[in-house]
Structures are given as C-alpha cells and as structure tokens.
Design a protein around this ligand. Structure first.
Ligand code: 16G
Length: 248
C-alpha cells in the first residue's frame, strides 16, 4: 500500500526542514501547492500533520514556523546509539577517521598518560534516520584498547565494543557543555550554514578508575536542546560541584 499523498508531502517536508533553525518560516499552503503540484487541500493536510506532530507551529495571521528542537539530548552516561533508539530513530554513523596519533599535552593530561603516548582518534558523523545529528571525536587510550581498528564504526556502537569486547564498566563521567561556532569543515559535514552556532558536549568517562574516553560531540545549536534530571543533594554538608565555570 502506498502512503497517501499528504503523508508523502509531509515526509518530504520533514526532510526539508530537518536542518532549518527553530523559528524559520515555512511555505504557505498556496506556495506549497504551486511548488509541488498537489491541491491546496493536500498541502493543508500535510501541514496539519506536521503541526500535530510538533514539528511546525502555526501562528494566526503570521504563518507557519519550524517549532522546536527535534531532539533533546539527555545529560546521562548513555551512548548515542541508546539515546537515538530510545527516541525511535535508527542510529548510524559515517566514519570520518580512525587511527593512532601521539597524545598532545592536553590529551595526555585528560587521559592521564605521558605526552606522546599513542591514542586512538575516532571521528564520526552520527546520524539518526539518516539525518546528520552530530560530529563526535573520541580520543581513547591505545594501550587499553589494542586492535580497535578491527571494528566497523560505521555500524558499531563504541560503547558496545568497549563494554563487551574490552570489559569496560562505565562508573563515572563528566560532561562539559559549551557554545561555539561551527568549524567550516564540520558545517559541510553536518549540512549547516558556515558560522552557525553549535553546542559542544565534552565527555570524559571513567572505567575501573581510568579515564577511558575523551569525546567532543558537536551538535547544531538550532536543532537541539539539552535536558538533565536534577536530584536533591542528599549527602549532608556536601557542596554541589559548580556546573557553570568560566572558560579559559
Ligand atoms: C555519546 C557520548 C559520547 C560517546 C558516544 C558513544 C554524549 C554527549 N556523548 O554520544 O561520549 O562516545 O555516545 O556512542 O552523549 P556509541 O556507543 O553509539 O558509539
């Protein structure tokens, strides 16, 4: 059975607005009908669908706009694969780079290894239902994870490989979130305009007392929001660690 015409049009619009910033205006029913050759009635139904699904919002007398960030990124020690599956998206990756490099001073300090020691750099474009979501650059300790290049990170989950093949047990993590401007090469990879704002989530995760991963995830700021569960402080007298700190 083929999908009804309005649904086909709605799906086409979902793809078209996938990278549009929140608040950008979308074509009217009349423009859509003219552009695609469907009736105005079909155009209206397609827009109605997307309004119902929350992708678009209609403002009386003003028009229709891209509504809210498509994805809310949780602040938990979960993997991209798990996050996207939990939202009903099919996760995938495009491998941008996988190879050994000598640790710079910064990498060495974060991973607590000597400067110049080998680390594995894994760079991936992360996609959900085929749509680019983020670029992730992971630095991993080569001594703890020999032979990482045997895995196909175009389809594999890094966390699955680390836990199941290398016995990693994630026990803690720290995530720093900062705003930035997209690098030109990343803009092309993410299909967003040069100079657009991005959110960078920088994660270190710890297994058996060692820092095993230092990953920077670059998300287009216009399409994402961050959410975190907040819990009351339970330990008497403990001071919560500052979440907001001045950047060097
Ligand atoms: C998440 C993590 C990232 C980790 C990746 C593993 C954030 C901000 N970052 O994206 O540090 O490397 O998951 O994903 O959530 P994978 O197991 O799907 O490869």
């Amino acid at each position: 059975m083929t999908a009804p015409k309005y649904r086909e049009l709605a799906d086409m619009l979902v793809a078209r607005f996938a990278h549009a910033p929140v608040g950008s205006s979308t074509p009217s029913e009349r423009q859509l009908a003219e552009e695609t050759g469907v009736s105005r009635m079909t155009a209206r139904r397609a827009i109605d669908e997307l309004v119902r699904e929350g992708l678009l919002t209609r403002e009386v007398g003003r028009g229709t706009f891209v509504a809210r960030p498509a994805v809310s990124v949780p602040l938990q020690l979960t993997s991209f694969t798990e996050d996207m599956r939990a939202r009903g998206y099919a996760p995938s990756s495009r491998l941008l780079h996988l190879g050994g490099i000598p640790a710079t001073e910064q990498v060495a300090a974060v991973l607590r290894i000597p400067v110049g020691a080998e680390v594995v750099l894994l760079s991936r474009l992360r996609l959900a239902d085929g749509m680019p979501m983020a670029i992730e650059r992971s630095h991993l300790r080569a001594d703890l994870f020999p032979g990482l290049d045997r895995y196909d990170f175009g389809s594999e989950s890094l966390y699955r490989v680390l836990t199941e093949e290398y016995g990693v047990r994630f026990e803690a993590g720290e995530q720093v979130i900062r705003a930035g401007i997209v690098r030109d090469a990343d803009a092309d990879t993410l299909s967003i305009p040069h100079g657009d704002p991005v959110l960078e989530l920088v994660r270190t995760s710890v297994s058996r007392g060692s820092v095993v991963e230092w990953t920077t995830s670059t998300y287009p700021a216009s399409r994402f929001e961050l959410s975190a569960r907040i819990a009351p402080v339970t330990v008497q007298g403990s001071v919560p660690r500052s979440a907001l700190r001045v950047r060097d």
